[in-house]
Each structure stands twice: as C-alpha cells, then as structure tokens.
Design a protein around this ligand. Structure first.
Ligand code: ATP
Ligand code: MG
Length: 583
C-alpha cells in the first residue's frame, strides 16, 4: 500500500473525551471515528487490525471444529419473551417496533436466536455435539459507554454456541474452546490470564473469562501467589478464619457522632476487621415486570471488607440494585443511619443477609440501633442468629487463597476479552428446544456459549503495549508489518531503491506501507509511530554506505546492507510472527 493513496485521517490531538491510550491513539491515528456515543466508524487502518484479529479467531474456531453461521442483528421480541429475558435484561436491550407495531430488539447476544435456529432442525442425538459461531455486530445500550471500541454500544463479537446430549460432551467442547481461546490470544501476541467469572446476565453455572492484563482494565483480578487460582473480583472468594478468642459479655459503648467504620474503629481503638458494618440496599426482583416494586435488604459484613454488588445481586436475584438513601434507610430499619446493628433490629419484610466473614469473628463492634451508641463483644450465633449467611465480600489483596488455603491473593487489573460459559439447559428448557435421545425420548439440549470481543481485543493490544507516541503492535495484528520511509523522495537513488524494496516485499506477501508522501521526515516518523508497524525501514543518509536503517517500533535499531534487505526483512517478519503461533 502506498501512503499517498491510503486514507489515514490523523488528528493533531486526541479529543478530550478519549480517556485511555487505546482510544486516544485509535482516534488520533485515524483508525476509528466516533459518530455518536459508543458508536464508531472503522476506518481502513482500524478495519485492517480488526480483520487480522477476526482471521485468527476464525481460523482457530474452524480448527476446533466450530461451524460459521450468520444470524440477524434485528431479533423479534417473541424469542426473547420465550426465554424470559425480554423482562429481565433491562435497558441495555435496545427495543423498537416496526411499521406493523411488531416488537424487536437489537441482539446484544444470540442465545435465543441460535436456540430457535436448531429447534426442529437438530432432531437426533446423532447430530450432536454441534458448535456454531458467528462474527457479527452486537448492540448493547451500555449505561456507560467509554474507552472507544473497548466499551462501545455497537461492537463486533465472535459468539459461539454448542449443543450437547450430555454434560461430558459439554465439558469436552468447553475445554476445546478454552484451548482455542488460549491459542487465539497467544497468536494475537497478548499476555492474558484465565479467571473464574460470574455468569452475569447470560446465566449458567460455570464460566471463565480471558483477561488481558493492563493497568487501564475495568476489571480487577485476584490471583494466588502459590497456586493457579485466579478469579474476577466479582467472583473471587477467600478463606475466612475462625478466631479462637474467648467470647466476652456484650457491652454498650458511647460513640458520639462516630458513624463510619473508620471513625468508630479509631475511636474505640480497634481494628476495622473487628467491626461489623450494615449496608442497606434497594433492589428490583428479577421477575418484577413493573420495574417499580422496590424491595430492601440489610447486609452485615466485616468492617474492613467491601460489599460485592455482583454477589449481592445474585443472592437477591435482583435485576437492579443500589444503595438506599438515608431517608429510606431510616424508614426501613427504624434505626439511625450509621448505628444499625443486628441485635434488636426491628424490621419486617426486609431481607437480612450476612457475609460469611462475620461467622468466625469474635467480640466484634456492631451498631446499637441507637444514635451515638455501638455494642462491643458481639458474637455470632450467641447474640444473633443470621438466617442467610453467604459470601458477599470483595476479596482483597493479601487475603488467603480459597483453593490452596495457604498462598496470598494479589490484585491486578484486566480487560475482559473473552468469556466461556457452561450454560446447561437454561435457554433450551425455557424455549423447549429438544432432540431425541438413544431411546427415542425427547430431551432438552445441554448448551455452552463462548464470546470474544473483536474490537476490544484489538484495542487491548494497545493498552498492553504502547509508548507516548503510539501503539507498539504485536506483528500478528499490526495494521502493517513493515513501513518504508525514504528521507527524501526527490533523490532518485532513494526513490528507486524504495520502489524496488516495496515491490519485492509485496511479492513476498509482506504487509508493507510505503510512505511515498512529499512530507518532512519528522512528519513521517510521527505518523509511523501512530501506525505502530513493528519494523520501519529508513532509506536516507546511510544509503551512500549501501545501508538501510531498521528502526524497530520497540526501540531497537540496526543497519542492514541494501543487498539482501528483502530476504533479511522476510526472515524477521517470519521470526516475529512465529513467536506466539506455535501449537
Ligand atoms: P462486560 O462485563 O465488560 O460488560 P460482558 O460480561 O457483558 O462484558 P459478555 O456478555 O461475556 O460480556 O460478551 C462477550 C465479550 O464481548 C466480552 O468478553 C467482551 O470482550 C465483549 N464485549 C462485551 N461488551 C462489550 C462492549 N460494550 N464493547 C465491546 N466489547 C464488548
Ligand atoms: Mg456487559
């Protein structure tokens, strides 16, 4: 490709709403252009990267035996009503009507459509297992679209769905997808970690996420320093210890104007891990179709832990969940805000839950349900028996690993690029999708589903590897592998060597950009930084000595003889590409 004929509308500066490096460079470098919140044009350079990611994904999905299909983005409401998700998915689902007043949505994920596709077509166990995938546009009316293609409203996803006649068969395909995903992200040149995940809106009971480790990641990951335990913080647990102190008698203490855990702990000279705090939430039940019937829950948790809203939402079967306001708290608990405690709490029709961190705790400080008073030496179950005790905390850095029970957990940030689920019968049962088993009996399909965000994967490569001047792409998904930059095209010798090199590289299937513009070399270098091709060939000063300057995007430099340059470059490209493409 000749730069003079290519379309790369670069900007001098990134727009002010570009918060993370990938968004800044993608917009500034002419990869994408925003047309509305969370909705982007993909320009030639951006599409080139996207297609490279898609090709890797497609090759590995095909290699794993999945079959490519294409499903519509516009989905009739009936399918979503049949699964029940029409009533639960909330505002992320963009719904609309056609001219005949029939209802539709833009598919944010395609379980319903695929179940409909196989219903009455896959009739026998003999046709199973079956794994179907597509690479297609999704729409989610995200509450907070941001970071460009990373959290867009319209985006491309590879979504696959598998059908089985046994759990064993699902386990097998799930494993194959796990392996395919590992190959995909390796081949994309990305560092990733596989973590246990919450199944969220999609459902099912086992799932793992593929996380690209990057400081700007929206997700937090906890992983063990001693074993291979790793989980999204939405899911991560920890070992809770039983203290062995002697249980002391309850003692009411005056804590004037001390409401927060920090204030109370400091005032009473105790560690916040020796306190129990109360949080009041309001929520909508997942089955509530009115979206108006708010319910309340009081949650008790050890003072040094943060409540995990994903876990609480699951425990309450809530589709919407938020902290209650002070006036609501006072009304629901009849206790003063900041002083709520389990002993003597007078509430009806409100769920009371406790995090399991309070179970082994001895002689803890709790609210006294009285302004300016707390109670010391609370012991469960001596002083209060919680009926609902479950894990509701966000595990933290330094906690003990729940798996090996000896290592400590560390925290890092990650970008979720892929998610694999064992769905089970959730959708097939709701939509009565069945096949005939070996005995000719009707059975509901067992399913798995597997997603990869294509744009998010591409952008996460920038998050993982860039400098202040632009992306440092892994060669596998770089928009170009090599850029040729002549110092001065007016010099005939430079021009002819460049032309020759350009056609030789093309003939060798190297993805090369020839910067044949009449621009200053400084401009060309800046643009080359934004394009981020791993290898930059500069032909200028050293030509007199028969040398080309190779400036690698990672900062390395070397001079190479013009004679044999094509072969040299082909070998380097091959070498760089081979790094992660084993298996
Ligand atoms: P998140 O928690 O980040 O919203 P999710 O759990 O909703 O993601 P899935 O439903 O598992 O995502 O979708 C599969 C994949 O699609 C994700 O792993 C991610 O790579 C991609 N994806 C999801 N939402 C978006 C989005 N708004 N923009 C770009 N990619 C997305
Ligand atoms: Mg989401």
């Amino acid at each position: 490709m000749r730069y003079s004929k290519y379309y790369i509308p670069t900007l001098r500066e990134a727009p002010s709403d570009a918060e993370v490096p990938s968004q800044q460079f993608a917009v500034r470098g002419g990869y994408i252009k925003k047309i509305a919140t969370g909705i982007y044009d993909c320009l030639p350079l951006g599409l080139k990267v996207i297609r490279k990611v898609e090709n890797i994904v497609r090759q590995e999905m095909n290699r794993a035996g999945a079959l490519e299909v294409s499903m519509p983005t516009v989905v009739p409401a009936e399918l979503w009503q049949k699964s029940g998700r029409w009533y639960m998915y909330g505002k992320e689902l963009l719904r609309f009507k056609d001219r005949a007043e029939r209802e539709y949505c833009l598919g944010p994920t395609h379980e319903e459509v695929i179940v409909d596709m196989v219903t009455n077509s896959v009739k026998s166990y003999k046709q199973l297992p079956l794994n179907l995938y597509q690479i297609q546009t999704k729409f989610r009316d995200e509450i907070r679209p941001r970071f460009g293609l990373m959290r867009a409203r319209e985006f491309t996803m590879k979504d696959a769905y598998s059908f089985h006649d046994s759990q064993l068969s699902l386990d097998q395909t799930y494993l194959e997808m796990h392996e395919a995903y590992s190959r995909i992200f390796n081949r994309c040149g990305l560092d990733f970690r596989v973590v246990k995940a919450d199944s969220g809106n999609i459902g099912g009971n086992a799932s793992q996420e593929f996380m690209i480790t990057a400081d700007t990641g929206e997700d937090a990951i906890l992983f063990c320093n001693d074993c291979d335990y790793a989980a999204n913080s939405e899911k991560a647990t920890t070992l809770v210890l039983n203290e062995s102190e002697e249980e002391l008698a309850l003692l009411e203490v005056h804590t004037p104007e001390k409401k927060s855990i920090e204030e109370v702990a400091q005032f009473l000279q105790v560690d916040s891990a020796k306190t129990i705090k109360a949080l009041v939430y309001k929520y909508l039940d997942i089955k509530d179709q009115t979206d108006a019937d708010w319910l309340y829950a009081v949650v008790f948790i050890r003072g040094d832990y943060e409540l995990n809203e994903v876990k609480l939402g699951n425990a309450l079967s809530a589709k919407v969940l938020m902290l209650a306001q002070d006036d609501e708290i006072a009304r629901v608990t009849k206790a003063p805000v900041g002083y709520i405690g389990p002993v003597g709490l007078d509430i009806k029709n409100v769920r009371v839950l406790a995090d399991d961190s309070i179970v082994g705790l001895k002689n803890a400080v709790i609210g006294a349900n009285m302004t300016d008073y707390h109670i010391k030496n609370f012991n469960h179950p001596r002083d209060f028996q919680f009926s609902e005790i479950t894990d509701l905390k966000t595990a933290k850095h330094g906690d003990i690993c729940p798996e090996c029970q000896k290592g400590n957990l560390s925290k890092e940030r990650g970008i979720e690029v892929g998610h694999i689920f064992k769905l089970g019968k959730k959708y097939s049962a709701a939509m009565q999708a069945t096949y005939l088993d070996t005995d000719g009996k009707e059975q509901v399909f067992i399913m798995g589903c597997y997603g990869i965000g294509i744009g998010r994967t591409a952008m996460s490569a920038i998050e993982q590897s860039h400098d202040e001047r632009g992306p440092i792409w892994p060669i596998q998904i770089a928009p170009f592998e090599v850029i040729i930059i002549p110092a001065n095209l007016e010099v005939e010798e430079q021009r002819s060597i460049c032309e020759q090199l350009y056609s030789d590289l093309l003939a060798n299937n190297i993805d090369v950009l020839f910067d044949d513009r009449k621009e200053r070399i400084g401009v060309k270098f800046n643009d080359a930084d934004l394009i981020g091709a791993p290898i930059r060939v500069v032909l200028g000063k050293k030509l007199a000595e028969g040398l080309a300057e190779l400036n690698y995007r990672n900062g390395q430099k070397e001079d190479v003889k013009i004679a044999g340059l094509t072969t040299y470059l082909c070998n380097i490209v091959k070498e760089l590409k081979s790094v992660n493409s084993e298996s």
